[in-house]
Design a protein around this ligand. Sequence first.
Ligand code: SF4
Length: 211
Amino acid sequence: MTKKEKAMKIAEILDNLYPETPIPLKHKDAYTLLIAVLLSAQSTDKRVNEHTPTLFAKADNPYKMIKLSVSEITEIINPIGLSGQKAKSIMGLSKILVEKHNGNVPDTFEELEALPGVGHKTASVVMSQAFGYPAFPVDTHIHRLAYRWTLSTGKNVQKTEEDLKKVFPKDSWNKLHLQIIFFGREYCPARGHNPQECPICSKYGRKKMMR
Ligand code: SF4
C-alpha cells in the first residue's frame, strides 16, 4: 500500500468518527479567533474558552483592546498561562492591526506571521479557520500521530506539514487537521493506549511503537 493509499484509508476512518468538525475555540470573527489561538499556546482550548468571554466582553476588537492596559489583559488571562508574554503580544498585535490594517486581521501568511506572538502554526489556524484558505496547522499531537501512522518521518513540524500536504488532498486539509486533533484527544493518552485495539494504529501504525 502506498503512503497516499494509507492516508486515504486513515481519512475514511476519521470521517466516520468525526463527520462534523466544529472549531474548538470560541470566537465570533477573525480577530477573536486570532486572540484565542494565540492564547491557546501551551494551554488547553478548554481553559482558553473559560476566560476569553471575560476578555472579549471588555474588548472584542483591536480598537477596544488597545484602550486596555497590558496589566488588565494579563490579569484576565492569568489562569491560561504565560499571561504576561501573551498580554504583551495581544497589545502589540492589536496596535499593528489598527495602525497598518484598518483594524482588520490580514489574510496572508506573511502579514500574519509579522505580528507579535504569531508563528506559522497560529497563522495557519487563522488562515484555515477564519478565511477558509487550505492550510495544515501541525501541533505536537498531529506531529506525533503523523509519525506513528508512518505518514511522516517526523523530523520536525515543518517536515511533518510538508509530508501531510503531499499525501492528503488540498481540499481536505482544513477538515483533517481538526479530525486528527479530535482523534488524538480522544484516543491517544500519554500512557495506557493499546495499539492492537486502536482503530488506526492497529491497521496502519508503526510496527515498532511508540513515541
Ligand atoms: S495506538 Fe495509541 S498512538 Fe496510535 S492512534 Fe491509537 S491511541 Fe493513538
